[in-house]
Design a protein around this ligand. Sequence first.
Ligand code: NAP
Length: 278
Amino acid sequence: MPTPSPVSVPAFLYGTAWKEDRTQGLAELALRTGFRGIDTANQRRHYFEAAVGHALSAAYRAGVVAREDVFLQTKFTSRDGQDHRLPYDPSADLSTQVAQSMASSLEHLATSYVDSYVLHGPASSRGWTEEDAEVWAAMVRERSAGRARLLGVSNVSLRHLEEMATHHREAPAFVQNRCFARLGWDRDVRAFCAERGSVYQGFSLLTANPDVLGHPLVAHIAARESATPAQVVFRFALAVGMLPLTGTSDPRHMEQDLASGALVMTDDEVAAIESLSG
Ligand SMILES: NC(=O)c1ccc[n+]([C@@H]2O[C@H](COP(=O)([O-])OP(=O)(O)OC[C@H]3O[C@@H](n4cnc5c(N)ncnc54)[C@H](OP(=O)(O)O)[C@@H]3O)[C@@H](O)[C@H]2O)c1
């Protein structure tokens, strides 16, 4: 078997949640605008994964991208996070549910592998459970079978990650969390990720932090750089090593979000934003 090439992770991910019938058009537009990372989930309640697959197929046909140009990430969502539209048999054991959910994702996305497979959320908010360990082991088997290249976890606390580390030698490649400035931008989890070589993916960077968007320091940097406060927040996220997500539906915001990496900010400004409400 040929050795697979290393996974190339883009600087920004386009999130496809909550778009329903607009999912295909917006995901295709995101690819045309230059996004090379797509985040989805096999959770029909919040995502329309099959429509993401249609967007990808349309983009391949139009020559916008090829499969290998796109970092494709989806998730396994447990019963509690789903509505009645389940991608697995709820009476099956968890390992079988993971295998069935993955098979369904690959069909939706018309591919033989995803670049990243993420556990959408642990079973308990209090810590890493036996159920989580069973799901994670099943995800590892999916990776061994070549259906996922990297694995991740989402909606986790430092405690989850510490307990996970006692069960499983290997750290997740990705940790995807809602990122609140008032929690030091998830400082503890980010520090743990940095120690263990996990990439921190931040979502709700704008919606969770309205005070930051309205802060005079952010307004000052935005004015100087002829940019928007939203771009300053994304530039900050990139500067501290996050992989940010945006789910914008606005074509202009898609361009602005991708362009935020070019903004110039001093180390002092990055540090000042990092400590704004932490
Ligand atoms: N793992 C999880 O449990 C989980 C949970 C939530 C989300 N996610 C992922 O993260 C993705 C992003 O979700 P999110 O919570 O960060 O929210 P979002 O869907 O990205 O919404 C961000 C908001 O910011 C606005 N926005 C984006 N770029 C902007 C810009 N340059 N200027 C001004 N406004 C801008 C958007 O408005 P416009 O549309 O008008 O631009 C929108 O109202 C989701 O699609 C999903 O893939 C994962």
